[in-house]
Design a protein around this ligand. Structure first.
Ligand code: DAV
Length: 320
């Protein structure tokens, strides 16, 4: 059985790799989903990431993998392949839940086969592929942050739009996941999919909400002002409002996330998390709730768009 929450004792995990990471040539999907705010397409830096970024990211991923091994987890890695995007964030391409591993219908065309780099570590993976015709991308989103990138033409979502809490799953409707995607997920999983809308329009849920244990979550106060913006049953959970992130910078004009990737932590269990090493204010808050923090480097979390939650896929955890 696969894991079904974000916090049970970790047994087996995929940790990403940065080799061959690149920004693909601009097409309708990349333009609308990742760069709707860019006025001039020529400002999008396509091609391979600089080697220094890849090397430093790999060093930090290795440090993180060593830490997880010392905590008793089996760590597996994606194969090093030529890629159209990257294998740095295995979180985005597959959601495991109870008896299922679902390669989600990712809306970015360049990412459609990304799960294959670690498919051999999964049992019974179901790929849900889609056409990704131009109708899936809403041109009205260009330059208008209030308009989402995806239409409802076909179900599309990244696995990272979802967080698992035993029998409940929280699904963010945003640029990287539409409502049809939530319905598709609901038709596959044995759990209740709750959608949340209007709190964050860009990529993924895991720099906005983080589940720490059953009944306790970390919230991004710039996106969630009131717990009642969340669906039941999460309105009744205790929560920690995340302190302002300590900025960690990014490499030249490569910027794939906000500073809030600071709260993209990864739980070894409900009492120990891996946290980006400069986030001391968040560490203090977590410690008040009995959660110890391993302060680890992830120098290119903003450059590449992912910290410890994004760069993992926690395949097996003990029930909790
Ligand atoms: O807050 O910019 C980070 C992406 C997480 N996968 C943000 C989204």
């Amino acid at each position: 059985m696969y894991s079904k929450n974000e916090w049970g004792q970790l047994k087996k995990v995929v940790v990403g790799i940065a080799d061959n990471a690149r920004i693909p040539e601009v097409d309708a999907s990349l333009r609308h989903i990742n760069y709707a705010d860019v006025t001039d397409e020529l400002d999008i830096p396509t091609g391979k990431y600089p080697q220094i970024v890849v090397d430093e990211a790999n060093e930090d991923l290795e440090t993180f993998a060593d830490f997880l091994r010392k905590e008793g987890a089996e760590v597996v890695r994606p194969d090093i392949t030529e890629c159209n995007y990257y294998n740095y964030c295995p979180r985005d391409s597959v959601i495991v839940y109870k008896d299922k591993a679902i390669a989600t219908p990712m809306p970015l065309r360049a990412r459609r086969n990304e799960y294959q780099a670690y498919e051999r570590h999964l049992e019974n993976v179901h790929p849900y592929d889609i056409i990704r015709s131009d109708d899936l991308y809403n041109t009205k989103c260009l330059g208008d942050p209030d308009v989402l990138a995806l239409t409802e033409a076909e179900p599309a979502f990244d696995a990272a739009n979802v967080l698992r809490a035993n029998d409940d799953l929280l699904y963010l409707v945003s640029n990287s996941g539409n409502k049809a995607g939530a319905s598709l997920l609901q038709s596959i999983v044995d759990g209740k999919v709750h959608t949340v809308e209007g709190i964050y329009s860009y990529m993924h849920l895991d720099s906005t909400v983080c589940f720490l244990r059953d009944g306790l979550m970390l919230l991004n106060p710039s996106r969630v002002k009131d717990v009642n913006q969340l669906p039941e049953p999460f309105r009744h959970w205790d929560y920690i409002m995340c302190p302002e992130p300590v900025p960690i910078g990014h490499y030249e004009n490569y910027r794939n996330s906000s500073n809030w990737v600071s709260m993209n932590l990864f739980s070894v269990n409900s009492k120990l998390v891996a946290l980006e090493e400069r986030q001391e204010p968040l560490r203090k808050e977590l410690e008040k709730h009995g959660i110890e923090c391993a302060m680890l480097p992830m120098r290119h979390a903003i450059t590449l768009g992912g910290c410890f939650h994004c760069v993992t896929n926690d395949l097996i955890r003990e029930d909790d």
